[in-house]
Design a protein around this ligand. Structure first.
Ligand SMILES: Cc1cc2nc3c(=O)[nH]c(=O)nc-3n(C[C@H](O)[C@H](O)[C@H](O)COP(=O)(O)OP(=O)(O)OC[C@H]3O[C@@H](n4cnc5c(N)ncnc54)[C@H](O)[C@@H]3O)c2cc1C
Length: 337
């Protein structure tokens, strides 16, 4: 019987993944997904969606590897299934290249992607400004397809959806036994978290169907990610910048830097420009606390602050959040229901 009412706040890739995980794995929970914006209007929708991650400073590497591995395995299974075209998940091979040989030549996820190896001198010859490179196969998850697909999966598991803006987490209403907060940058207000700051990113979609491989400069600022219908090129990482409109200087800079890496882009038609604000935080927040809701103390599970790696880590952190929900059910709720 579904006797625990759970509200998941936020319908970006983190919120929808978490709502699906709770609805599918905890049969006692009736889940309602509440958000102001749904696909295609979330930050997640515009992300390039390449599975890749930088290290967060204070989260144990074992935990970060668990998040990455779980997401990779989940999306790999989709990419290799008949759902791949509808869900917008594909495999993507290419290169990460460095102007100087990095101190750490293997990222923490090197053995979790497919076929990770150091590039040969022969392969590096086409990038004359770069001295070192890594070749591997990862995944690309296009949220404009993936989020509607996941939302259908959520409804099939009995989930309900409500579109509304909250001024505080208390606004979910008194009828819920547990709240999961996946509001991304919105947590600055909803959780009063002053650590949250926007990291502005601008990207362009270009038409270049001849490009098959991703190319990413190790400094994280310049990248070329071929996708299903177009190629995403970028980018910018501007901390504390709230502007959502195109910056023409950024556009020129992106075109120039990407053409330097891949000269054939000079022939590519620019289709569109998109700006999004990454939910920046020193580390993602996966944590439980308490909320006063309708005269009761109710557990809140936070799952936000994924910065530039929300698509990559969404499924892994959703499973982590489900563990925290399960713990709350065991410790606090079951006896009171
Ligand atoms: C240019 C760019 C490129 C990127 N490329 C990649 C990439 O290649 N790989 C990768 O892994 N990541 C990438 N990212 C990062 C990724 O987009 C984010 O980490 C991810 O989208 C965060 O997801 P989220 O669900 O936490 O937040 P969001 O997608 O922002 O969703 C937040 C949700 O909370 C809701 N919400 C917020 N406040 C309220 C409120 N007050 N009331 C009701 N609802 C509220 C919103 O309406 C929305 O539904 C990129 C980001 C940018 C900007």
């Amino acid at each position: 019987m579904k006797n625990v009412r759970v509200a998941v706040v936020g319908a970006g890739v983190v919120g929808v993944s978490t709502a699906v995980c709770v609805a599918e794995t905890l049969p006692s929970c009736a889940v309602t997904l509440i958000a102001e914006a749904f696909s295609p209007d979330t930050t997640s929708d515009g992300a390039a969606g390449i599975l890749f991650a930088a290290e967060f400073p204070d989260v144990p590497i074992a935990t970060q590897r668990r998040w990455f591995k779980s997401s990779f395995q989940h999306l790999l299974a989709i990419a290799q299934s008949e759902h791949a075209p509808e869900a917008g998940v594909t495999m993507s091979s290419g290169w990460q290249i460095f102007k100087e040989v990095p101190e750490n030549q293997k990222p923490f996820w090197w053995d979790l992607v497919i076929g990770f190896r150091t590039m040969t001198h022969e392969e590096l010859r086409r990038f004359p400004d770069h001295k070192f490179g890594q070749a591997f196969t990862t995944l690309k998850c296009e949220c404009r397809s993936y989020l509607p697909w996941l939302q259908r999966r959520f409804r099939a598991a009995g989930g309900r959806v409500e579109q509304r803006r909250l001024s505080s987490l208390q606004d979910v209403g008194g009828g819920f036994h547990l709240v999961v907060n996946c509001s991304g940058l919105g947590s600055r207000v909803l959780a009063g978290d002053v650590q949250m700051e926007p990291v502005r990113g601008q990207v362009l979609q270009v038409e270049a169907p001849w490009l098959q491989h991703f190319i990413r400069d190790g400094d994280g600022k310049t990248y070329i990610y071929p996708g299903i219908r177009s190629v995403t090129i970028g980018g910018t990482r501007q901390a504390g910048d709230w502007r959502l409109q195109e910056d023409r200087t950024d556009t020129e800079g992106i075109l120039e830097r990407c053409r330097q890496l891949e000269p054939s882009l000079a022939r590519a038609k620019v289709l569109s420009c998109w700006v999004g604000l990454r939910p920046g935080r020193r580390n993602p927040r996966l944590e439980r606390e308490w909320l006063q809701l309708g005269g009761r103390r109710v557990p809140v599970v936070h799952n936000y602050g994924h910065g530039g790696w929300g698509v990559t880590l969404a499924w892994g952190t959703a499973e982590h959040a489900v563990e925290l929900v399960r713990q709350s059910l065991r410790e606090n709720l079951q006896s009171r229901l």
